[in-house]
Design a protein around this ligand. Structure first.
Ligand code: UDP
Ligand code: LCN
Length: 796
């Protein structure tokens, strides 16, 4: 890298020096990729810069993510491709460069904040690499997010071939495998591996003589005498197949067969899902502060997991009812929701329930009001301990598997997993770090409102303690060629005055797996599924969209024959709903082609308890007024009736409309797949998950929220084309439906997640995958860093 750079500095000395002077002339110590690229491209259009245009210097500038400027020195962080980084120092007068370490680069960034005195300060450096020396890591960027495949390949060859002890470990695992105090799979009749091989052979010969419709119960007595216990299958063909897989492994193990066999072992009967913040309930919660897609995701996930668990337990020949508990916070002042109830059954399931545990103040008194997710850090330790006790009391024993959600839930999951010794899976939903520019570097400026110091410390701890992590997209882990992944942003960063992270998370770690969520198929289905449509809601919906001004709506639509441009989300600054209103208002073309219909927040700012939301509400009102939107735009308060929301998407499709997701950044975006599965052509942000969910021009379109005028022009052009040729609308609509059906379903999700939980659970048992040393280091990090930071936050 530096060689190529040096060659360029030599070959185009004059032009590059000129460019560097322009960078320095911007008079900012820290430049972003967009600053560097924009200035470079304009420069290349001038006579002085033209010779640089098609040189290898162009990809270098495009790969630069940040520049720190202390003239004549310029420091660049360069991302050479997905997840590959290097750092250089360039002397802009002498025009020479040399590679520097990540620590040096971060130290230079700190000088932007502290001035040169930072060099004298002793700073804690977090580096998790030394703990991972003996641990397998992937090398190929295309393997990222497919950790389990790699792990199976690596560990099966290591355990079974090189060391030759894998079959013994597998035997030990099966021998001690108990469920609810009852022995599964093997009993004491089989004493060793040779005995197991022999018993498998005898069982096979015996089972092959039976009728295929025979069941385990018909053969149980004979098989128990041979040394087998329940868990092999319900029917004789299933038992034969599972035994066949084990015989194959003992003879010649392959990763595929191993994965297949492990996926069939009865291991997961109870799951705890942790989601402390926000209002977690089944009705009237969506759109409340901190309450959005995560709640929808978890409730759908629970239903899908219960269905899949019941099916697999049935196939394993067992009669055990699976238990799923969602652990959340109990809020006595629950704003008309059920969040003040300790326990609540989850609709659409047999046994799953929500268990709510309150936060307490230092004297142990229950805290009654809602607390923002940015302020809850001092409560989590106590919450985790109370949760451990109550959860075990509720389930009768520890769960088999724990799933954390978002930074707070993942931290609690880490504590619970360590207290109870249970396999832990993390789901980030949205990591805040990539949402707020330089929120690590300028963490002190965010301290009063956001406490990112606590959040990022919690993230580092839980990412590194989790047995595995699932993400909704690839780019959530490792970004794209042009953008940094959410997890990748934890690779190295600095929070000046606190600590410096040299190696925090490695995107090549085999703990990452992509398992994408879906949309509830009973609620969200294509507009053309006429027999399923909720026609009875249409009068109500028509009034919501086209009716007169009312308390829960602002603005009106004069010409109901035009298509609707529809958007729905929480009224959060990042969601950028006001951005969309402004693009619409300022685009005569779009105003000519369509009406705007936005859903979110409250109309009356006084009703909101969230500062961010209040300011968005006020901005919305002023845009409606300033851009004279009345007659062409309607804004409706957030909607919490799911069936109605489902029909709303389809109603918009009936008008030949489109859905827009204009966020500045969207981690995944459930609304995007809800809209797509309803058959709505969708225009969604290119920053975050939608970049992967939608294939541009086939199943929807990407938009750049930083170029709203372009986005509006593209929507207007699309709607104009659809007006002239309705096939255009139908083509994208069909593309969207097909995309969701093939990739984003809860059935696929549940099957995969359960398989992962068994496989990582098995590896946790037989190898030292839990990384004892790392967890000791992280405990110290928790005690010495996280706790004091959290204790500084007011517990009220
Ligand atoms: N939602 C809703 N009513 C509203 C706003 C949103 O029902 O007024 C639902 C929406 O259908 C989706 C979820 O809330 O299921 C939002 O999830 P998404 O992933 O899009 O965003 P998040 O709020 O999690 O950031
Ligand atoms: C949180 C978000 O911000 C969304 O992008 C996701 O879709 C949602 O959680 C569910 O994972």
């Amino acid at each position: 890298m530096t060689t190529r750079l040096d060659e360029m500095l030599g070959a185009h000395r004059r032009e590059i020096q000129h460019l560097f002077r322009q960078y320095i002339g911007l008079d900012r110590p820290l430049l972003l990729r967009s600053d560097l690229v924009d200035a470079y491209e304009s420069f290349c259009e001038t006579p002085a810069g033209r010779p640089l245009a098609d040189t290898p210097f162009t990809p270098i500038i495009h790969a630069a993510q940040e520049a720190v400027l202390f003239p004549p020195l310029i420091y660049l962080s360069i991302r050479l491709g997905v997840a590959g980084w290097s750092y250089v120092e360039i002397h802009a007068d002498e025009m020479r460069s040399h590679e520097i370490s990540v620590s040096e680069f971060l130290r230079t960034k700190e000088r932007v904040i502290h001035g040169s005195s930072a060099d004298d300060d002793w700073v804690v450096e977090i580096d998790l690499r030394p703990f991972e020396r003996g641990f397998p890591k992937m090398r190929e960027t295309r393997s990222i997010g497919r950790g389990v495949e790699f792990l199976n390949r690596h560990l099966s060859s290591r355990l079974f071939a090189d060391i030759g002890r894998g079959d013994q470990r597998l035997f030990d695992f099966l021998k001690v495998h108990e469920v609810r105090g009852k022995q599964m799979m093997l009993n004491g009749q089989i004493r060793d591996l040779d005995g197991l091989r022999e018993a498998l052979g005898t069982a096979h010969d015996y089972l092959r003589t039976l009728r295929p419709n025979s069941e385990w119960t018909d053969v149980e007595r004979d098989l128990v005498t041979l040394g087998f216990e329940p868990g092999w299958g319900r029917t004789v063909p299933q038992v034969l197949e599972t035994m066949g897989l084990l015989s194959d492994i003992l003879e010649a193990p392959s990763p595929h067969i191993l994965e297949h066999f492990l996926s069939r072992i009865p291991m997961i009967f109870s799951i705890a899902i942790i989601s402390p913040h926000g209002y977690f309930g089944q009705a009237d919660v969506l759109g409340k502060p901190d309450t959005g897609g995560q709640v929808v995701y978890i409730l759908d996930q629970v239903r899908a997991l219960e269905r899949a668990m019941r099916q697999s337990i049935h196939d394993q020949g067992l009669d055990i009812e699976p238990q799923i508990l969602v652990l959340t916070r109990l809020i006595p002042e629950s704003e008309g929701t059920t969040c003040s109830q300790r326990i609540e059954r989850i609709h659409g399931t047999e046994y799953a329930r929500i268990l709510r545990i309150p936060f307490r103040d230092l004297d142990g008194a229950v805290i009654r009001h809602w607390i923002s997710r940015f302020q809850i850090w001092p409560h989590l330790e106590r919450f985790a301990h109370d949760a451990a006790t109550e959860m075990v009391a509720e389930l009768g024993e520890p769960p088999d598997f724990i799933i954390g959600n978002y930074s707070d839930g993942n931290l609690v999951a880490s504590m619970l997993s360590s207290i109870l010794g249970v396999t832990q899976c993390n789901i980030a939903h949205a990591l805040e770090k990539t949402k707020y520019l330089h929120s690590d570097l300028y963490w002190k400026d965010h301290e009063a409102d956001h406490h990112f110091d606590c959040q990022y410390t919690a993230d580092l701890i839980s990412m590194n303690t989790a047995d595995f992590i699932i993400t909704s997209t690839y780019q959530e882990i490792a970004g794209t060629r042009n953008s940094v992944g959410q997890y990748e942003s934890y690779r190295s960063f600095t929070m000046p005055g606190l600590y410096r992270v040299l190696a925090g998370i490695d995107t090549f770690d085999p703990k990452f797996n992509i398992v994408a969520p879906g949309a509830d198929a009973e609620i969200f289905f294509p507009y053309h599924a006429t027999e399923l449509r909720l026609i009875e809601l249409h009068d109500e919906i028509r009034d919501m969209v086209f009716g007169k001004e009312r308390e829960d709506a602002h603005g009106s639509i004069r010409d109901p024959d035009k298509p609707l441009v529809f958007a729905m989300s929480r009224l959060d600054r990042i969601k950028n709903m006001t951005g969309l209103v402004e693009w619409f208002g300022r685009s005569p073309e779009l105003r000519r082609e369509a009406n705007l219909f936005v859903v979110g927040g409250f109309i009356d700012p006084a009703r909101s308890s969230d500062t961010d939301e209040r300011s968005q509400i006020e901005r919305m009102h002023s845009l409606f007024e300033e851009l004279e939107l009345d007659g062409q735009a309607r804004w409706l308060v957030m909607q919490s009736n799911k069936s109605l929301v489902g029909e709303l998407y389809r109603f918009v499709a009936d008008t030949g409309g489109i859905f827009v997701q204009p966020a500045l950044f969207e981690a995944f975006g459930l609304t995007v797949i809800e809209a797509m599965t309803s058959g709505l052509p969708t225009f969604a942000t290119c920053y975050g998950g939608p970049l992967e969910t939608i294939e541009h021009g086939v199943s929807g379109f990407h938009l750049d929220p930083n170029h709203g005028d372009e986005a509006a022009a593209r929507m207007a052009a699309f709607l104009e084309e659809c007006r002239k040729d309705p096939d255009t609308w139908r083509r994208i609509s069909t593309g969207a439906i097909e995309r969701v059906e093939s990739r984003y379903t809860w059935e696929l999700y549940a099957e995969r997640l359960l398989a992962l939980s068994r496989i990582y659970g098995f590896w946790k048992f037989i190898s030292n995958i839990e990384r004892e040393e790392t967890s000791r280091y992280l405990q110290m990090f928790y005690g010495l860093m996280f706790r004091p930071l959290a204790q500084r936050i007011d517990r009220r």
